[in-house]
Design a protein around this ligand. Sequence first.
Ligand code: CP
Ligand code: NVA
Length: 330
Amino acid sequence: MNGSLRGRSLLTLTDFTPQEINLMLETSHELKRQKRIGQPHRIHEGKNIALLFEKTSTRTRSAFVVAANDLGVNPEFLGKDDIQLGKKESVKDTAIVLGRMFDGIEFRGFKHETVEQLAKFSGVPVWNGLTDKFHPTQMLADFMTMQEYFGHNLKGLKLTYVGDGRNNTANTLLLASAQMGLDFRILSPNELRPDEQLINQAHQLAATSGAKITLTDNFDDALIGTQVIYTDIWASMGEEDKLEERINLLRYYQVNRAMLDHTGNPEVKFMHCLPSFHNTETQVGQEVQEKFGLTEMEVTDEVFNSTNSIVFDEAENRLHTIKAVMALTL
Ligand code: CP
Ligand code: NVA
């Protein structure tokens, strides 16, 4: 295993070169292969990692735990009500203490500065498991999944993100696509475009990689000929009070059969980081139905369950990519 990333933190993908991102992706494919054939890979036997969660999680938490076990690493879950962080102890002091005991730290939470401070003061690799600004481990899984369907060279791949164009997922996809040379489009209302500073950064990265970046509210420009449509929930964790406003802004941006047809590409793939509101089988789904009369939000149940949808491959690949990041950086 190449050890060139040892000791590095993953706070955003722009901390890494495209070559380093490719190394993470190739390692992910290799570790997936090893897991499939039952070949043990306990290459970090005896190490310990802390998993800090201020927000809830199914995929990210499970991926870190299973990946750690597969690598021989012991994971310790430290939820927001379990530790002193924030209430009785500063981020800096917490970072120093955890760094004295653990070999690596995962953080999911609100402020991006928190994960930066953990990395600055802990002295061990820190992995961003989602902040309000970025979700880098998600994009590794997304790129791995696209490689499985479209081949390992993703340059020029037409990827359209639809919906809330300024959330953590959109921000990360924007920069990662710019780094890796994709033909990336965000289809969103003007009110939900990414920050100007991120747009400028994306254009700078694109100048080197050859990526094409389009930010638009024009459905033709964003959709025609696209190979992948990607969406996310309309109000991210911590923004629940904005749901009504977002429904009003985004109801015509729902990924449905008409939108897939609009691409002119019957093979178009559908991706979503999950969890998704595609029916009323959740508490939130039921509340939205009662309050707004919607039974589906960002994607219809039909598209979610269609043969175009590759969302569960994407979810599984969270495991292999997170494992690769740990394997390379521990
Ligand atoms: N996609 C993702 O990060 O899922 P969880 O919120 O369940 O971790
Ligand atoms: N944008 C979503 C992603 C969840 C994985 C959120 O932050 O809630």
